[in-house]
Design a protein around this ligand. Structure first.
Ligand code: AN0
Ligand code: CP
Length: 315
């Protein structure tokens, strides 16, 4: 594995899921693999799970970790090429990425979209600049359009909890008060369509995701119809792709116990952080339907499987 920024960097997603499950059984078996290797974690945005699970995964592999909150602790970085830097930015991504590549064997980068300029966001300018200039493997910690470490953890969780060979998995939009990225649902769709699971995406009209990521999924606009017989209900808000960045507050789409009545005793998933009683009701999050905590726990084994693949490939 060279970089890890989308499912396309993975030879076989289900083989990687199996590898992560094996790591989970014996997490310290490869403690020597990361000896004298350094993982850099760069955050342009907030994080709880990604930050802690990546550090834990690196520690399990014997790696050292450097964490940088880029927007608070570093110089402000210029992303545009060919500009006269007489404004607020103090150094260019070309130098900043290259320098960090001197200190790190793997660089993880979290950088959310602007949600105002769709073409710029979907061109993945920042992740691509790191790939071009860092000179070391780049791992996405959630980019403008994708969150592959989350999706791998999601597939690990489904593999652990599924009761049938080919479960029905429904990704349902839910309301929110803020404009959120499409990265988590784009990525979940991209990984799920690589499996042989029965996969449906439900959202209100106008909140369809980019077909680039959803090709092969069933698309529904009726949440109740979509949820019928579901084994897994993956809940997530996202802002509109078509009316780019538009917030969706439609409270009818909140996921509560009543919505789960016609499912196959569905397990409910969410990447977290989740706003209680806006996105998912207490009666679901505090019930045995919810598997959001073990799902978040699996972020360690998702990251560890990816770091291990990269270390094995790069020696
Ligand atoms: C982010 C998102 O929706 O992409 C991060 C999720 C892992 N969520 C929020 O900003 C609340
Ligand atoms: N799910 C997830 O990536 O959480 P954080 O934003 O807290 O890292």
């Amino acid at each position: 594995m060279q970089h890890f920024t989308s499912v396309q960097d993975v030879a076989d997603p289900m083989v990687l899921v199996k590898k992560a499950l094996a790591i989970k059984k014996d997490p310290f078996a490869n403690k020597a693999l990361g000896l004298n290797k350094t993982l850099g974690l760069l955050f342009f945005n907030s994080s709880l799970r990604t930050r802690m699970s990546s550090q834990k995964a690196a520690s399990n592999l014997g790696m050292d970790v450097i964490v940088m909150n880029v927007t608070q602790d570093s110089w402000q970085i210029e992303m545009e090429d060919g500009v006269v830097m007489n404004g607020g930015t103090a150094e260019h991504i070309r130098e900043a990425a290259a320098v960090m590549g001197q200190y790190c064997d793997i660089l993880g980068v979290r950088s959310f979209p602007s949600l105002s300029d769709r073409d710029a966001d979907y061109s993945e300018k920042i992740m691509n600049a790191f790939k071009a200039h860092a000179g070391c493997p780049i791992v996405s910690l959630e980019s403008a359009t994708l969150h592959p470490l989350q999706s791998l953890a999601d597939l690990i969780t489904i593999a652990e909890f599924k009761k049938v060979e080919k479960p029905k998995v429904v990704l349902t939009w839910a309301p929110h008060i803020k404009s959120l990225p499409q990265a988590v649902p784009n990525s979940f769709a991209q990984w799920l369509t690589q499996t042989d699971y029965d996969f449906t995406i439900a959202q209100p009209e106008g909140f369809e995701l980019s077909e680039q990521f959803t090709k092969g999924a069933k698309i529904e606009h009726n949440q109740e119809a979509a949820l019928k017989g579901a084994d897994f209900v993956y809940v997530k808000n996202w802002s509109s792709f078509h009316d780019y960045g538009k917030v969706g507050t439609n409270g009818d789409w909140l996921v509560n116990q009543a919505k789960l009545a016609n499912t196959n005793e569905a397990k409910v998933m969410h990447c977290l952080p989740v706003r209680r009683n806006v996105v998912i009701a207490d009666d679901v999050l505090d019930s045995e339907h919810s598997i959001v905590i073990p799902q978040a726990g699996n972020r360690v084994y998702s990251a560890q499987a990816v770091f291990q693949e990269i270390l094995e490939a790069h020696g």
